[in-house]
Design a protein around this ligand. Sequence first.
Ligand SMILES: [Zn+2]
Ligand SMILES: [Zn+2]
Length: 134
Amino acid sequence: MTRQRLAIFAALAQLGGHRTAEEIYELVRTQYPEVNLSTVYRNLDLGVALGLVTQTDLGGGIRRFEFVRAARHHHLVCQQCGAVAELEDEVLEPLRAALHQRHGFVAHMDHFAIFGICAECQSRRQAAEAQLPG
Ligand SMILES: [Zn+2]
Ligand SMILES: [Zn+2]
């Protein structure tokens, strides 16, 4: 059980970036054929509870897991082209402070995805609008 858990965390770290449980399952299965997908999910959820793993939905309603790195980060997700950019945590610091000050609320924003339209898609859209007659 513990060895499987280590293999799951190691697979997530090895793959790097944001991974689905299925991707991790495919890798771990080569080493531990007896592992099933629900075991992978259970251990990833445990990793989240222990603070070793973060999860976020980068679109499409699919949970993606990431091995925790030293620096906390978030993401900007373009709903038009699907580009995912990294956002430094310090950008969210004023929001965190305001939530605490005005609402006495301690926000857990460990790994956040903000959806919108990226700069490239905006300029592409403006260029297209400029070409419209009238
Ligand atoms: Zn991330
Ligand atoms: Zn875009």
